[in-house]
Design a protein around this ligand. Structure first.
Ligand SMILES: CC(C)(COP(=O)(O)OP(=O)(O)OC[C@H]1O[C@@H](n2cnc3c(N)ncnc32)[C@H](O)[C@@H]1OP(=O)(O)O)[C@@H](O)C(=O)NCCC(=O)NCCS
Length: 153
């Protein structure tokens, strides 16, 4: 059994470990502990028996566009629906906030397709806002992530 809830400060070390384990594998961007602290109110976690088994954050980019960031599920909990439930939580939050479109920059195309996202050309996105957080990524100059979006209303 697990529950999805907003993250709190006591979750941050476990969140950091989970996110950066996948970041080391090149699957998403690294987060510093400080960036997790500063954006704590944007994070939800999945928790089971006091352990953080999933993370997701919602980052607003402009009036009509928000981004799913730092989506993780611990590997021994893959395939249980936790990832898609974390995405649903941020889709619902995006809708509540009145932001029309949710973006993911990802390699997990099939997973996001199943969550209702569609691939789009990166050139149609407001690049400066998106790339600001990519400046420290080793793939910056030749990013091969796929841009996928869902309109939430
Ligand atoms: C991507 C990730 C979050 C998926 O989490 P999950 O909890 O295993 O996903 P779910 O169980 O909710 O899967 C939902 C559906 O997507 C499918 N799916 C999940 N991961 C998949 C993958 N890598 N490739 C193809 N299909 C996938 C599942 O089979 C399931 O399909 P179904 O509804 O037909 O049964 C998880 O694999 C992960 O943390 N990966 C490493 C970090 C990462 O890549 N994060 C994404 C950054 S954008």
């Amino acid at each position: 059994m697990y529950q999805i809830r907003r993250a709190t400060m006591s979750d941050t070390n476990l969140m950091y470990n989970l996110i950066n384990k996948y970041a080391d594998e090149g699957k998403l961007l690294h987060r510093t502990l400080n960036s997790i602290y500063e954006n704590l109110q944007c994070f939800y976690i999945a928790e089971s028996n006091g352990e953080v088994i999933g993370t997701v954050s919602l980052h607003i980019l402009d009036k009509e566009l928000a981004e799913v960031r730092s989506l993780t599920v611990s590997s021994n909990h893959f395939g249980m629906g936790i990832g898609s439930e974390l995405v649903k939580v941020v889709v619902d939050e995006t809708k509540k906030l009145g932001v029309k479109t949710l973006l993911s920059l990802t390699y997990q195309v099939e997973f996001f397709n199943k969550c209702g996202f569609k691939s789009i050309e990166k050139s149609s996105l407001p690049m400066p806002k998106i790339w600001r957080d990519c400046l420290h990524c080793s793939k910056y100059s030749n990013c091969d992530e796929i841009a996928m979006v869902i309109d939430v209303f």
